[in-house]
Design a protein around this ligand. Structure first.
Ligand code: INI
Length: 161
């Protein structure tokens, strides 16, 4: 029974894949670390740095528009959004988080290209440090791994002819 089931998985092999990464400059102290983690991961999975484009935008709120343009260019197998939204004393961060996550999800569905959500939302600076390459790992590296897996998985479902 199980042997007849066709199972699809995306391999963790970045060879030949093209990536568009959009980084938010707001809190760039952390976002630069997320980007380093993402680039290092793609390189160690066999990706070619010449196949990676990086665009910087003012803040996380601006990320989806550039992701959308990157998708329309037809140049990328996957896109990655990197940002750091740190909660302050107002609800500003909540508005950014919900808008950006919703927009990225919609873009991926509409255009059929992964829009990996590497926008980290934290309560404070300590949590931001933990997720930018210290005790909770590097969310940029996680996002890159997801992008590679999804790009390879989707190759199985591309329309032929
Ligand atoms: N942008 C971020 O990426 N992170 C934040 O923590 C943040 N906060 O807290 O304000 C932030 N704000 C800027 C926002 O993304 C837009 O750039 C701005 O509102 C202009 O559209």
């Amino acid at each position: 029974m199980l042997s007849q089931v066709k199972t699809f998985e995306g391999m963790l092999d970045a060879k030949g894949l093209r990536f568009g990464i959009v980084c938010a400059r707001f809190n760039d102290f952390f976002v630069s670390e997320l980007l380093s983690g993402a680039l290092d991961t793609i390189r160690r999975l066999g990706g070619d740095p010449a196949n990676i484009d990086v665009a910087w935008v003012p803040g996380s709120f601006e990320i989806p528009l550039v992701i959308s343009k990157m998708m329309d260019s037809g140049k990328y197998d996957a896109t990655i959004a990197l940002g750091m939204v740190i909660r302050g004393s107002t609800t500003h961060a909540d508005h950014i988080n919900s808008q950006v996550s919703k927009a990225l999800g919609q873009l991926a569905l509409e255009k059929g290209i992964p829009a990996v959500y590497g926008v980290v939302s934290t309560e404070n600076i300590e949590q931001a440090i933990e997720r930018s390459g210290t005790k909770a790992g590097n969310r940029g590296a996680d996002a890159a791994r997801t992008a590679v897996e999804m790009a390879n998985l989707l190759k199985n479902f591309s329309r032929k002819g």
